[in-house]
Design a binder for this molecule. Structure first.
Ligand SMILES: [Zn+2]
Length: 382
């Protein structure tokens, strides 16, 4: 989740012949997106069963875009603190459950790679559940373990602010990376079979985690600093370390992540979310709803295009290797996406651009899902 404004223009850059081939490739692949923030829209009254104009993702658009196994993030803004963050996580988990219950014939929760394959082969959307923000465990491994039991299989160690045990990329360093308790969190996630997600963490937290983890990690929604130099993106050194670890990065489509001309808005937006109001319960929920309206309710223009997104993929593949790159759009957590990728239904446009650039179909299948599937298999144990 990156709080920024919304896109209005729509640019089609893909030639129709490549688009048909892209659709076929996606139909033959289990399309995995390692980060969407869609479930917050359900908490605010959205219905994922209908094709809506609002937001970037719903069940019809997932099918249209060929992304049949998204990671649904339970994103808890950092102004939810302590027990309030635990409550918000449970509220979001319940919102997810309401979708799973209402549309049993269309979507099912997946907790392993085998689940993802089985559910998608049955013609449904496979939902892998993740948590965005390590503050949600309220510094308590018991809470983490119960999240696992609720089906959650991944967690970012931080969001936009430091936790009490890990530094964030968008905050002033307080712990010199990961504390001893932070290392315990990583080890516990390894033992449980949860993906350790290093999107949002500071560089020092990133490298500290790689020194501790016994499993490959995920960077679920970040892009390339070599192209857009913002702290939320990763450096080439981080990419090489990720490849040595066996991990996978999901490329973020959000404004500022992709094109340096949009990046200044990302810098300024990250800070607004960090100011915590002295509220609890319903009043805090109402504040969160207003905040979401502010972040996602207005449209702004962006410079970034689907071609720019392809540039990030090219760079990641060049530095980390073809086995370590995937898609992590951040749909519904970014108010502005790249032009040409306005919502998840437009995914074939990205595949068409990559086909045009000469990627082999087998390599594109890795990027569009197979790498993430392998990672889930290695971490969850099946
Ligand atoms: Zn995020």
């Amino acid at each position: 989740m990156s709080p920024i404004a919304k896109v209005s223009s729509s640019v089609r850059v893909d030639p129709e012949d490549n688009l048909a081939a892209a659709r076929k490739l996606l139909a033959d692949t289990i399309g995995i997106d390692s980060h969407i923030d869609t479930i917050q829209r359900v908490l605010l009254g959205g219905d994922l069963g209908k094709r809506e104009d609002a937001g970037h993702v719903d069940l019809p658009r997932l099918r249209e875009g060929g992304m049949r196994a998204p990671f649904f993030a339970l994103w808890v803004p950092v102004f939810f603190r302590g027990a309030e963050a635990v409550r918000r996580t449970l509220d979001l988990r319940d919102a997810m459950q309401s979708v799973l219950d209402a549309y049993k014939d269309q979507i099912e929760m997946a907790t392993t790679a085998a689940d993802i394959v089985r559910i998608v082969n049955a013609g449904k959307i496979a939902a892998l559940l993740t948590i965005e923000g390590g503050h949600t465990i309220d510094d308590d491994l018991h809470v983490l373990r119960m999240y696992y039991r609720l089906g959650i299989r991944s967690m970012t160690l931080t969001h936009a602010r430091n936790t009490n045990w890990a530094d964030s990329s968008s905050d002033t360093p307080a712990h010199n990376g990961l504390t001893d308790f932070g290392k315990q969190v990583v080890r516990e996630m390894n033992l449980l079979g949860m993906l350790v997600d290093l999107a949002h963490v500071s560089d020092k937290t990133f490298f500290d985690t790689l020194a501790v983890t016994t499993k490959p990690v995920i960077v679920s929604h970040s892009s390339m600093r070599a192209i857009s130099n913002v702290p939320r993106n990763v450096s080439d050194d981080m990419l090489r370390a990720l490849a040595r670890n066996g991990g996978v990065i999901g490329i973020n489509f959000g404004m500022g992540f992709i094109n340096p001309k949009d990046a200044e808005k990302l810098r300024s937006a990250t800070n607004t979310e960090s100011e915590a109001p002295p509220l609890t319960g319903k009043a805090l929920d109402e504040y969160a709803a207003e905040n979401a309206q502010k972040l996602f309710g207005t449209r702004a223009t962006v410079v970034a295009t689907v071609e720019d997104v392809a540039d990030h993929i090219d760079h990641a593949v060049k530095v980390a290797g073809i086995d370590h790159v995937g898609i992590g759009s951040d749909f519904d957590g970014i108010a502005a996406t790249a032009n040409g990728l306005e919502d998840v239904s437009r995914m074939p446009a990205l595949v068409a651009v990559l086909l045009k650039r000469g990627y082999a179909e087998s390599d594109l299948k890795k990027i569009m899902g197979e790498n993430h599937l392998r990672l889930v298999r290695e971490v969850t144990g099946e």
